[in-house]
Design a protein around this ligand. Structure first.
Ligand code: UDP
Length: 473
């Protein structure tokens, strides 16, 4: 079989980024590429321990590789920790990456291209080593466009956000003028996050991205087409190839999703769901890195118990930051949970969302979770924690109308009311909208659909690069 190319994939080493990049890696592996997937030592060990990457689902052309030790840990919910991770990737990761790229030609096929969401490193590699880079942002197009618009917001004096201005509409994110409020901008635009290196990088990002070969997005035209047309007016080469988890499942004709988990999945929740009525359970998960305070925990918990609905809650071991003390769990919560709830440390989420008993998803609105919920036809209550989630949740509530946005509040009565709205009062309407959107997602990844065709175009693009690399050696 003819050699198509050797692709180096380097995700920001967090669960959400790894999930979508690994799904893309698998799709490229199915298309006969050699793929090298680079992780930190810690995420590598956890992936091998808890996922099925080592179960023979990849071809022998796929290789997991690790950065040297010293890159800051992979569980991080604060800007400081993210910045630390980012710095250690630049300091330790980049020299290693340069060496790896320089050496590959010696012992195997040279790299044809790099796929990464590490912007600064990607730019340096592209400029100094001439390796074409695909910038795979694992967030949605809408949030990416909001990030790209930050310089315009600053210039128009819409950033920093004015005192008491959180509910004012912003006018400088094209395509979102009628509904995007300051509070819906990525959390980096809030005053306490507007300093520091990550914000600076965001401000320069729109010019820098031009230096890269193309953008890849885990989204589909039926969901974000209007916003994508604004992005394409500036960056014509954008491949929308999502939802990747569904695309992979369809191409492999799998009934059950494969696992990219960095934590041990507790599958006992599936048996618990099996014993519940159809669409009766609200699934609660705040993703892999969000944290909540003890007080927020109590408010969510009371809201859930008081709603009287069945709930399945992912209580990650590090979900709660115990700043406000370890007050004992009130008896009524324990009893309410025994009667109606089930808790696990980590769930097989795609499978949970596809389960017939699940009728709603209380989510932090991470991009993977949002797409997984749409594909499964499950309406959402969004409680965004940070980053792109603030923008995603506005689109869920106001634009796609596939859920409710509970941004910036989580008192027990709001939680209870939102659950009742989602699971009772507005159930029919929201279900219809999300099921329709789920159908569009499935059409997009089916032969002839936009994401299906765009993935084929991406593959052809990489093959062409490989041919030109071979001509030059
Ligand atoms: N996830 C999971 N089990 C859980 C909670 C989350 O497998 O108990 C997966 C989920 O399916 C999603 C990813 O973790 O693919 C979280 O990514 P997302 O972009 O939603 O949020 P992040 O963790 O990056 O904030």
């Amino acid at each position: 079989m003819e050699f198509s190319g050797h692709i180096l994939i380097v995700p920001f080493p967090l669960q959400g980024h790894i999930n979508s990049m690994l799904n893309l890696a698998h799709l490229l592996d199915l298309s006969n590429f050699h793929v090298t997937f680079l992780l930190t030592a810690d995420t590598h060990a956890r992936l091998l321990a808890h996922s099925d990457v080592d179960s023979g689902r990849f071809s022998p052309r796929f290789r997991l590789h690790t950065f040297p030790a010293g890159i800051h840990g992979d569980r991080t919910g604060s800007q400081e920790e993210l910045a630390e991770m980012f710095y250690s990737l630049v300091k330790i990761g980049e020299p290693f990456l340069r060496e790896l790229i320089a050496r590959t030609g010696d012992s195997g096929p040279p790299f044809t291209c790099l796929i990464s969401d590490l912007l600064e490193i990607s730019l340096n590699i592209s400029r100094d080593l001439g390796l074409p880079v695909y910038y795979f942002r694992t967030i949605g197009a809408s949030a990416l466009w909001a990030y790209f618009s930050v310089p315009d917001l600053i210039q128009a004096n819409e950033l920093p956000i004015k005192e008491n201005g959180m509910d004012s509409l912003v006018t400088k994110v094209k395509g979102m003028e009628g509904f995007l409020r300051a509070r819906d901008l990525p959390s980096l635009c809030r005053a306490d996050e507007m300093t520091g290196p990550v914000f600076k990088l965001v401000c320069t990002q729109p010019q820098l991205v031009h230096q890269l070969h193309a953008i890849i997005l885990n989204t589909f035209e039926g969901l974000e087409g209007p916003i994508l047309s604004h992005i394409r007016a500036k960056y014509p080469k954008v491949y929308t190839i999502g939802p990747l988890h569904a695309s992979l499942k369809a191409r492999l004709q799998l009934k059950q999703a494969s696992s990219n988990s960095l934590l041990q999945e507790d599958r006992s929740c599936i048996a618990w769901l099996d014993s519940q009525e159809p669409k009766s359970v609200i699934y609660v998960s705040f993703g892999s890195i969000s944290v909540i305070t003890r007080q927020q925990l109590m408010e969510f918990w009371y809201g859930l118990v008081n709603s009287g609905k069945k709930f399945l809650w992912v209580m990650r071991p590090d979900l709660v930051v115990a700043k406000d003390g370890e007050t004992p769990i009130p008896l009524e919560l324990e009893e309410g949970t025994k009667a109606n709830g089930y808790m696990v440390g980590w769930a097989p989420q795609e499978e949970v969302l596809e389960h017939p008993a699940v009728g709603g998803f209380l989510t932090h609105c991470g991009w993977n979770s949002t797409l997984e919920s749409i594909v499964a036809g499950v309406p959402m209550i969004c409680w965004p924690f940070f980053a792109d989630q603030q923008t995603n949740s506005r689109f869920v509530g106001e634009v796609w109308k596939v859920g409710l946005d509970m941004k910036d509040v989580c008192d027990r009565s709001s939680v209870e009311n939102m659950i009742r709205e989602l699971m009772d009062k507005r159930k029919g309407e929201l279900l219809k909208r999300v099921e329709d959107m789920g159908k569009l997602a499935k059409e997009a990844i089916t032969e002839g659909g936009s994401s299906y065709c765009n993935l084929d175009c991406l593959i052809q693009d990489i093959i062409k690069l490989n041919v030109s690399v071979r001509k030059t050696i």
